[in-house]
Structures are given as structure tokens and as C-alpha cells.
Write a protein that binds this ligand. Structure first.
Ligand code: GLN
Length: 483
């Protein structure tokens, strides 16, 4: 087996047995990236020499000792660019580590490579990157999903052992589904957001992309926990997220939300997810019907709250402090205006305008306040559903990867790609996507993701449920063929 095909756990065994060194690992990745990234464009930048230097002093006995991890280009790493895939941040270099990076380093991991995304994490296809799109490793004419498309694609194409992404409305789970890897969105407050460029602060959460569920647990072990620098991170104990793996599913109740099995879901996705549910029954899980009646409002509520928060968060990009600054301004307002005009792409502008509108006087009550109330109803739906079940299973995305260019002119159609993922962010609960089959489209095999949603701070059980499926099926072993 190629070194780059190993899981994090598999790599650790070899590192600890001294069969390979961390430096070999970084070199192997660099070779793989040079070979396949021209087709994928998962990376925006990487610093091979810096990674090699870290590798030389890496302590492999630490929890992630010597393991390189790719980082979505929206998380600050000291000395590296952090562009958010936006022209407005060209030239900016971070002068501090995000808390997740500090924790990765303390666990011996090597941050290596910055992955592509939709500009400021706004999108579902990675086509909104100002620096070119990322291609799906299973069919390079298709999108990898988004916004963390680069982080998903580099794991699926074995250009990374694991990566970090961020999930505001599905940006970890949906690209994981479309690329055929594991993507975990932790509970809101589980992982510090300090050092993550904020999109919508009440929804954003950092999480891992991995080849296996166990690996997701290994990364979550390291990045979780209360951080005084993020007042929304909670002081909940951090268990060993791998401790429950391998336990059987007797007595575990899985809820099927009737609102998620609807017309409009691709028939091949529908049948793969139904087969996965049958499989769970054969593993001893009990399947119960649940209802999330406010699901139909989730997309509308999300695009009000997320854009409102984004319009405030993105106000700081004005050419004074970071990145791009319009040349020869006639005054301060001219500088602000032209910097933003030149620096932001069309989707980001659309969101800022929408968000400013829903917060403006006269519209605030009708849109923003109302959306907040419906958000509470959506959260209550989950609280009620979790009285009847331990986790909820459904599709991650209503369809497999779509063709690049197919949705770029129709923002509404693009927003509907998030229909099954955004409610979890509004409710603050955790969720994971695991590979559960393939759709055959135009003679190509395209991955399908099963989404499992868990109770707040229920990641240990969520991972147990996901691992039981993964370990008794073969989907996670399939690999795209890349020349
Ligand atoms: N696709 C959604 C959006 O465009 C979600 C993005 C995300 O989770 N960052 O807002």
C-alpha cells in the first residue's frame, strides 16, 4: 500500500514502529501532491520546507505525532497566508495560530498545506474561490462540494491524511459526501473558533475530514475543549472519542425524519441511504420514525441569519488592516468602497447586501427577528426527536456531485444543495457524513454520503454509530483512480 493511502491511525503505527519517519511522510505527500494536484487543485499554497523542518523534530509518541494535516485557508497559521479564497486577503500573513492549530502542534501534528474553498466559505461547490475551482477526484468535470471542497478533495485523492474544514451550513459534511470521505461537524461550542475567519459566528464550527471514522475521533480528541479566547466554546469534558468505537448497536435507536425522505432526492441517493438503514437494522439498531416539522423553513432561516452575521463580520475588511488596499484613494470612504468593490467576489457581495437588508430598520423584525424565532422552533424539533432516538439518519446531500458550471448562475439552486445539512447548524447539534455507496452517472461512480446527526455533545456515540456502519461495509475503502 502507498504510504499516502494510509489512514491517520495506520500512519501512526508505521511512525511509532519507526518503519517510516515524519520527514518521509511529508516527502511522500509532497510527491503525491505534485502528481495529482494539477488535476484536483485542492491546495492554494503549501510550505514544504517548513513542514519538513517540523517533521524533523516531531515526537511520534504524541497523540498526532508526525502526522501532517491540511488546513482550510480560513484558519490562521503563524507565518502563512490565510486568504479565505478571496482577493481581499491577498498579501495577508497570519501573525498567530488559531487555537485548533495550537492544539494540533501540541499534539505533535504538522500543519501542512492550505486548502481551497468558496470565498469566505460562502458556497456549496468551491466554484466561488477567487483562485480557481477545485475538481472532484471521482470525476474532475464535477464539483467537490463546498465550501470546504479543497479539504475534502485532498483527503479523497490521498494528497492529505486528514484535514480541517469549517461547517456553517454543511461545509464539512456536504463536500465529504460528494468526495467520498468522512466529515464531522462538532456540536457548536465543542471546538474553539478562535483564529477561524468568521462567516456566521453563531453557526461556524471547525471539524475534521478523514478517511475513517476512527481518524475523525483522533482529531476531535485533540481539537476539542473550552478556550478562554472563544467565549462560545463550552466547558464540557472531553472524553476519548475513540473509546466507544467497536461497541455493538444493541439498544441504539436511529430516527428517520420523514421530512428528509422527499421527492427531489436523487433516486440513487435515496436507495443507498435506505440500504444503509436496512444495514443498521441488521447490526441490531432499532429504527424509529421521527418528525422535524420545521425542516421546510431551514434554508430560508439560514440564509437570513448567516447573511446577517456575515454582513457584520465582513465589515472589518476595509483595506486598513489586512490584505488588499485600493490604490490612490481620494479619501477614507473611497478607500473602503473601492477596496471592497475590487476585493470581494460576486457571491460575497450578494450575501453582504442580503444581510445588510435583513438587519436594516423596518426589516429587522420581519426578517431577522422572525428567523431567530423559527430557529428556536427548529432546535426544539431536534430536542423532541432526540427523546425518541439516539441519532438521526438521512442523506447528507440530495444528489451526488454536480457538473462544474451547472449551478453557478442560479444561487437559489445552489442554496438548495444544503437542504439536509443546515438544520444541524441552526440547532447547534453534531453531525457526520460517511460514505454509503455510489451513484452511477454517465458511466462514472460518484460517492454518496450518509448523514448521521447526534445530540449536543454526543460525538462519542455519534462516532460509535458511524464506525459500526463503516467497519461492516466496504465503501470507505474505494478510491478514485487518478493518473
Ligand atoms: N453552502 C452554505 C453556504 O453557502 C454553507 C457554507 C458553509 O457551511 N460554510 O452558506
Amino acid at each position: 500500500m502507498e504510504l499516502t493511502s494510509l489512514s491517520v491511525a495506520g500512519l501512526q503505527q508505521k511512525l511509532r514502529a519507526k518503519e517510516v519517519s515524519p520527514a518521509d511522510t511529508v516527502r511522500a505527500l509532497e510527491a503525491r501532491i505534485a502528481q495529482v494536484d494539477p488535476q484536483i487543485h485542492g491546495y492554494l499554497s503549501r510550505d514544504f520546507d517548513a513542514a519538513l523542518k517540523l517533521a524533523e523534530s516531531a515526537d511520534v509518541s504524541l497523540p498526532l505525532g508526525g502526522v501532517p494535516i491540511a488546513i482550510k485557508d480560513v484558519i490562521n497559521v503563524t507565518g502563512e497566508p490565510c486568504t479565505a479564497a478571496s482577493k481581499i486577503l491577498l498579501g495577508y500573513r497570519s501573525n498567530y495560530d488559531a487555537t485548533v492549530i495550537r492544539k494540533l502542534r501540541a499534539a505533535g501534528a504538522i500543519p501542512f498545506g492550505r486548502t481551497n474553498l468558496d470565498e469566505f466559505a460562502m458556497g456549496s461547490s468551491t466554484e466561488n474561490s477567487a483562485f480557481g475551482r477545485t475538481n472532484n477526484p471521482w470525476d474532475t468535470s464535477r464539483v467537490p462540494g463546498g465550501s470546504s471542497g479543497g479539504s475534502a478533495a485532498v483527503v479523497a485523492s490521498h494528497e492529505a491524511f486528514a484535514s480541517l474544514g469549517s461547517d456553517t451550513g454543511g461545509s464539512i459534511r456536504q463536500p465529504a459526501a460528494l468526495c467520498g470521505c468522512v466529515g464531522l461537524k462538532p456540536t457548536y461550542g465543542r471546538v474553539s473558533r478562535f483564529g477561524l475567519i468568521a462567516f456566521a459566528s453563531s453557526l461556524d464550527q471547525i471539524g475534521p475530514f478523514t478517511k475513517t471514522v476512527r481518524d475523525a475521533g483522533l482529531l476531535l480528541n485533540v481539537i476539542s475543549g473550552r478556550d478562554p479566547q472563544d467565549s462560545t466554546s463550552l466547558d464540557e469534558p472531553v472524553p476519548d472519542y475513540t473509546a466507544q468505537l467497536g461497541r455493538d448497536l444493541k439498544g441504539v435507536r436511529l430516527g428517520l425524519p420523514r421530512e428528509y425522505f422527499i421527492e427531489g432526492v436523487d433516486p440513487q441517493v435515496d436507495s443507498a441511504v435506505r440500504a444503509a438503514i436496512k444495514h443498521y437494522e441488521s447490526l441490531g439498531a432499532e429504527i424509529v420514525d421521527v418528525s422535524l416539522p420545521n425542516t421546510e423553513h431551514a434554508v430560508g432561516v439560514y440564509y437570513i441569519i448567516a447573511t446577517a452575521e456575515a454582513s457584520a463580520n465582513l465589515a472589518r475588511f476595509d483595506g486598513v488592516r489586512y490584505g488588499h488596499r485600493a490604490p490612490d484613494p481620494t479619501g477614507l470612504l473611497d478607500q473602503y468602497g473601492r477596496t471592497r468593490e475590487e476585493g470581494f467576489g460576486p457571491e460575497v457581495k450578494r450575501r453582504i447586501i442580503l444581510g445588510t437588508y435583513v438587519l436594516s430598520s423596518g426589516y429587522y423584525d420581519a426578517y431577522y427577528l422572525r428567523a431567530q424565532k423559527v430557529r428556536t422552533l427548529i432546535r426544539d424539533d431536534f430536542t423532541k426527536a432526540f427523546e425518541k432516538c439516539d441519532a438521526i439518519v438521512c442523506p447528507t446531500s440530495p444528489e451526488p456531485a454536480f457538473k462544474a458550471g451547472d449551478r453557478s448562475d442560479d444561487p437559489l439552486k445552489m442554496y438548495l444543495a444544503d437542504i439536509f445539512t443546515i438544520a444541524a447548524n441552526l440547532a447547534g447539534i453534531c453531525g457526520i457524513s460517511v460514505p454509503c455507496g455510489f451513484a452511477n452517472v454517465d458511466g462514472r461512480q460518484l460517492p454518496i454520503g450518509l448523514q448521521i446527526l447526534g445530540k449536543p455533545f454526543g460525538e462519542a456515540q455519534l462516532l460509535q454509530i458511524a464506525d459500526a456502519y463503516e467497519q461492516s461495509t466496504d465503501w470507505h475503502n474505494a478510491q478514485p483512480t487518478l493518473a
